[in-house]
Design a protein around this ligand. Structure first.
Ligand SMILES: Nc1ncnc2c1ncn2[C@@H]1O[C@H](COP(=O)(O)OP(=O)(O)OP(=O)(O)O)[C@@H](O)[C@H]1O
Ligand SMILES: [Mg+2]
Length: 465
């Protein structure tokens, strides 16, 4: 019942009905009044213009038949009943002398306008109210400065009424046609619109069912075309997300399968009872390494999915980044020694405070230092700098390693990206970037192959207490 088609049809119908109603109820009465006024004015005009021949006839004393003829001719030209009235000398009354109409005689009441013309000594007009009233104009005729006759022009208001009734009927007929047209057009327009909405809906249903090849009809320039374009954009993003998700799952399961197969293989070998102790220990060490790798992978995957789902809770607070850098770098003393590297911490001031979760900034810093040690040749030196500039707190990890090739720079933050493919699972930087973005900070990389690599973490400055 409340479909667009029905509502549009009802709306078109109501608007048209309203317009017809206004014309019928408001315009026609006005038209009626102005038609009556016009008729009255035209009678007055005829009275002034056409009375001349009658005056000539009565003055020259022509026979009555000639007078009657003159009156009849004037009546015909004026399109009205014409009555020549004689003014009784002295007594200010009038009485019909010659009448163009042979029908009903003029009543006394019908002579009021003529009497007024007599009193005024000028053209007088009048109209009786009602549908069957008379519309009259009277012209006094002067002979030697005295009014001797009055010519009375009379029209029936019924003539005007007939015209108005005709117009009313025509308005009703035209209104009826307009209403029918409005209904038909609105149904047609609504059908076109609903068909277009339906086709958008069908595509949306296919997309919802996972068919990303379905295309929205985006060629129209109007609002529905605009809607289709927005939906098309949304669908493209959904398709991208969907393929990213599939890629992520495929890579993650592949990453998990490799160490599991490897552990399975070693366990099978370990079942061999004739194995010497040295080989057994070596196999067990490899199994432990693979299990450690699996453990780290599982933790990283959980971290990343928690970050992406927004379920990982952060506790931002004012924290001293310089102090944090010193604490975290001190954890790497054994790793630095093994890598034959030196690490220098440079602080740009006594207390550099950022608004962040210290636990998570520590995690990011560990990921960066770990990379600077894992992906560089031994003996590579590291510099960790904490500073403050342009309203941001900056923490940079710089190594003088072999650097990252320009074409790989844009991809290092993508999950599972690794350049060597063997050392790690490629989740470290993806986690680091998600974490910084959650803390309203940013993580960027700058590298010159063969010279250095610098990862810079920017965090918002802590608000003053
Ligand atoms: N300091 C660096 N110097 C050179 N290459 C780097 C450096 N840091 C990162 N990379 C490159 O970026 C890739 C992605 O790093 P990321 O930390 O995300 O993964 P990963 O270290 O390979 O594995 P994971 O950290 O998950 O164990 C690395 O494989 C490496 O190729
Ligand atoms: Mg790493």
């Amino acid at each position: 019942m409340l479909s667009i088609r029905n509502r549009l049809a009802a709306l078109f119908f109501l608007i048209t009905a309203f317009a017809v109603g206004v014309v019928y109820l408001y315009v026609t009465p006005q038209l009626q009044t102005s038609l009556r006024e016009e008729r009255q004015a035209s009678l007055a005009d005829s009275a002034a213009r056409l009375s001349e021949p009658i005056l000539d006839a009565v003055q020259s004393g022509v026979p009555r038949t000639d007078l009657e003829e003159a009156v009849a001719e004037v009546a015909q030209r004026a399109g009205a009943r014409v009555t020549l009235l004689a003014v009784s000398p002295g007594a200010q009354t009038v009485r019909p002398l010659v009448d163009s109409s042979t029908g009903e005689e003029m009543k006394d009441a019908d002579l009021e306008v003529a009497k007024r013309a007599l009193d005024l000594g000028a053209t007088a007009t009048g109209a009786e109210p009602g549908d069957d009233g008379l519309i009259q104009a009277a012209e006094p005729l002067l002979v030697n400065g005295r009014i001797t006759w009055v010519v009375l022009f009379t029209a029936q208001a019924e003539d005007v009424e007939a015209q108005v009734a005709l117009i009313r009927r025509q308005i009703l007929v035209a209104g009826g046609i307009a209403l029918a047209l409005a209904l038909v057009i609105s149904v047609l327009v609504a059908r076109v619109i609903t068909q277009r909405v339906r086709s958008i809906e069908q595509v949306a249903e296919r997309v919802a069912a996972g068919d990303f090849s379905a295309r929205f009809p985006t060629d129209a320039k109007d609002e529905l075309g605009q809607l289709a374009r927005v939906l098309d954009d949304m669908q493209r993003q959904l398709a991208e997300l969907d393929s990213a998700r599939k890629r992520f799952i495929a890579t993650a399961s592949h990453e998990l399968r490799t160490p599991i197969f490897s552990v399975g293989g070693f366990l099978e070998l370990l079942e061999d009872e004739d194995m010497d102790d040295e080989t057994r220990r070596s196999f067990l060490r490899q199994v432990r390494e693979q299990v450690d790798r699996l453990g780290k992978l599982a933790t990283d995957l959980l971290d990343l999915s928690g970050l992406e789902a927004g379920s990982l809770e952060l506790r931002p607070e004012r924290c001293d980044i310089g102090l944090l850098a010193q604490v975290v770098t001190s954890e790497f003393v054994p790793a630095l020694a093994a890598h034959d590297s030196r690490l220098e911490v440079r602080l740009g001031g006594p207390s550099i405070r950022a608004q962040c979760d210290p636990e998570r900034v520590g995690q990011v810093l560990r990921i960066l230092i770990d990379n600077a040690l894992t992906h560089t040749p031994s003996g590579t030196d590291l510099v960790v700098t904490a500073s403050r500039s342009h309203g941001k707190v900056r923490l940079a990890v710089r190594d003088s390693g072999q650097g990252i090739a320009a074409e790989a720079l844009g991809r290092v933050f993508a999950p599972f990206y690794t350049s060597d493919g063997t050392q790690g699972s490629g989740l470290g930087l993806a986690i680091a970037r998600e974490l910084t973005e959650r803390m309203r900070g940013s993580l960027a990389v700058d590298s010159e192959p063969g010279a250095h690599t610098t990862f810079t973490l920017e965090l918002p400055v802590a608000s003053p207490v």
